[in-house]
Design a protein around this ligand. Structure first.
Ligand SMILES: [Zn+2]
Ligand SMILES: [Zn+2]
Length: 387
């Protein structure tokens, strides 16, 4: 079965929705306009229930099948937020908001799930209930975590959840997925080194926080190379390094560093957190400085359930004739919180030869719309077949 005919008919209309969302990007939880567009459309489609304000600016729509006697309830989730990037695509529907851009294709994800919601509301050719989930703040803000914390899974009786992301550099109409750990846990670390500032010409009278912090940056690189089992995946990146001095001739009192840690297993995550503390404390002590480490566990590892992954791949093959094994991704994904609460699967769909996500020249490829919409609709219809 190729893409559904109805999505070929709706392609232009869904493309127009996508481009409107693209013109009006909103960051993190500020997806107020986007949420309103989504909620208004879901009501116009005739969803049985539309609830706004879940996880602050999240929206949920409920679509009951012709029959609900199976008792099954499936959650389909898209993300709505954009990124703080200044768009450089030159498109005639480019962002109208300076410094904000749909550079991760969440405009496409939202439009495709809306398309599927319209079709499922029209046809209702399934035995059970579909819950369409539109979340804010995927890009680091934990909008998925907030929706779960608001009791979304229990409130709507969701039993399993599915998610999808576009995948630049892969042909339109292709899918990729993998069972088990898929996207990495993404943690944040902040390190402050307190030394003793002074005159740059009298270093012997200071404790140079810059020198101490520099040793720490190098020392932290030994966690992945010397402490973690080399067959495990671990990234430790220090991405920000700021001294408290702006002058040429002042040794700074303080250095503040920020970074991120990416892991795919709980044991390696624990190890990284422990070793960062030990290395910071040990090196600081060796130089007479003081280290303060603030380690914040943000997104957990996103783990695809075996059964739902197999099913999602089967649906992908039905829609496109193929589904390959996806590589591990060291990026984080907020859908991990939903997969911690319910079994489910997350799949990648080809975005063609586009710039990579988070690049100012990236654009979601509208040719992927019928493929993505068909996958969503088939997930519902095949998982909860009508009698
Ligand atoms: Zn992103
Ligand atoms: Zn994304």
């Amino acid at each position: 079965m190729p893409v559904k005919n109805r999505f070929a008919e709706l392609h232009d209309e869904i493309t127009a929705w996508r481009r409107d969302l693209h013109e009006h990007p909103e960051i993190l939880f500020d997806t107020v306009r986007t949420a309103k567009v989504v909620a208004d459309k879901l009501r116009a489609f005739g969803c049985d229930e539309v609830v706004e304000g879940i996880g602050r600016t999240g929206v949920v729509g409920v679509i009951k099948g012709k029959s609900t006697s199976s008792g099954k309830v499936i959650g389909l989730r898209a993300d709505m937020d954009a990124l703080p990037i200044h768009e450089q695509t030159g498109l005639d529907y480019a962002s109208k908001t300076a410094g904000a851009m749909h550079a991760c294709g969440h405009d496409g994800h939202t439009a495709m799930l809306l398309g599927a919601a319209q079709y499922l509301s029209e046809t209702r050719n399934f035995d059970g209930t579909v819950v369409v989930i539109f979340q804010p703040a995927e890009e680091g803000g934990g909008g998925g975590r907030e929706m779960c914390a608001d009791g979304m899974m229990e409130k709507f009786g969701i039993q399993e959840v599915y998610g999808m992301h576009n995948w630049p550099g892969h042909d339109i109409g292709t899918f990729a997925i993998r069972p088990g750990p898929f996207f990495a846990a993404a943690d944040l670390v902040e390190i402050e080194i307190e030394g003793r500032g002074g005159h740059a010409a009298k270093p012997h009278e200071t404790i140079d926080s810059t020198v101490v912090a520099s040793h720490i940056v190098l020392g932290l690189q030994s966690i992945a190379s010397r402490n973690a089992d080399p067959v495990e995946q671990l990234v430790v990146s220090i991405t920000s390094f700021e001294t408290s001095s702006k002058a040429f001739n002042v040794i700074p009192q303080r250095v503040t560093m920020k970074g991120t840690v990416r892991t795919l297993s709980p044991a390696i995550r624990d190890l990284a957190e422990k070793r960062i503390s030990e290395i910071c404390d040990g090196i600081a002590a060796a130089y007479g400085a003081k280290a303060t480490v603030n380690y914040k566990r943000n997104y957990p590892v996103m783990i695809n359930s075996d059964d739902q992954t197999e099913f999602a791949a089967e649906v992908a093959r039905a829609v496109s004739g193929q589904c390959e094994e996806a590589p591990l991704v060291m990026g984080g994904e907020d859908f991990a919180f939903m997969l911690e609460e319910r079994p489910g699967a997350y799949i990648l769909v080809g975005n063609g030869d586009s710039a990579d996500v988070h690049n100012p020249e990236y654009n979601f490829n509208d040719d992927a719309i019928p493929v993505g919409c068909s996958w969503w609709a088939e997930i519902a219809e095949r998982r909860m077949p009508a009698a």
